[in-house]
Design a protein around this ligand. Structure first.
Ligand code: PGA
Length: 248
């Protein structure tokens, strides 16, 4: 049984005061206990959000990390630092990092391996651009990303990973892929996992969808068999909307 996972990706939003107030508002609502809830917040909010989610089911997530434990990497944050603060999940290879900060699959793979070695669960983002979809090569692109990002990762470790399929053209644009299209791609990702790790692993690994997930489309998406949850940007910045997503 795959436990659904709804993760908020706040991106570069919310100062400390706003972060604490948002978490307080989320806590006021009812949360479906069968759903795993993760908040991936800016580094500067991590400590404060951790204090605020104590005693709740909400898990703490970061949005990036370096692969090294320490060293001369000005401006970077290490897995040990995240671990120390209580981070349980980390988004790796979000398309915005691939696009604006030149993160390649090789870098993503290094970060994923390091996160696993430090007991932090990676949420790996994959997905095609509009141009790639129009060319009809979206499956090739996603397959390459999945296989390269998971290079040298064992079948046991891969079950601690969540894959988020986020077509780039659907992020922050209000355009969602149809739930059928998404399910199709997620089935394909599961087949790709099966070819590398076998059927048992492919049936157990959780795969989310991300890209303009909102209260008005979550139900339809979650009704699909292969969609195990959502990675949510915009709609995670508002408690009312985020609660509706958790309680899809
Ligand atoms: P969005 O962002 O929900 O605002 O489209 C999703 C994401 O980038 O993870």
């Amino acid at each position: 049984m795959r436990v659904p996972i709804i993760a908020g990706n706040w991106k570069m939003n919310k100062n400390i005061e706003e972060a604490v107030s948002l978490v307080k508002d989320i806590k006021k609502g009812n949360m479906d206990k069968k759903v795993e809830v993760v908040l991936c917040v800016p580094f500067t909010d991590l400590y404060h959000v951790k204090e605020e989610i104590k005693g709740t089911n909400i898990k703490l997530g970061a949005q990036n990390m370096h692969w090294a434990e320490s060293g001369a990497f000005t401006g970077e944050i290490s897995p040990l630092m995240l671990k120390e603060i209580g981070v349980q999940y980390v988004i790796i290879g979000h398309s915005e990092r691939r696009q604006y900060f030149n993160e390649t699959d090789e870098i993503v793979n290094k970060k994923v391996k390091s996160a696993i070695a430090h007991g932090i669960k990676p949420i790996i983002c994959v997905g095609e651009t509009l141009e790639q979809r129009e060319k009809g090569i979206e499956k090739d692109i996603v397959k390459t990303q999945v296989l390269d990002d998971l290079e040298d990762i064992s079948g046991e470790d891969v079950l601690n990973i969540v894959i988020a399929y986020e077509p780039i053209w659907a992020i922050g644009t209000g355009k969602t892929a149809s739930s059928e299209d998404v399910n199709n791609m997620l089935m394909f990702i599961r087949e790709t996992i099966e070819s590398k790790y076998g059927e048992d692993v492919s049936k157990e690994i959780r795969i989310q969808y991300g890209g303009s997930v909102k209260p008005n489309n979550i139900k339809e998406l979650m009704a699909e068999e292969d969609i195990d949850g959502a990675l949510v940007g915009g709609a995670s910045l508002n408690a009312e909307d985020f609660l509706k997503l958790i309680n899809f």
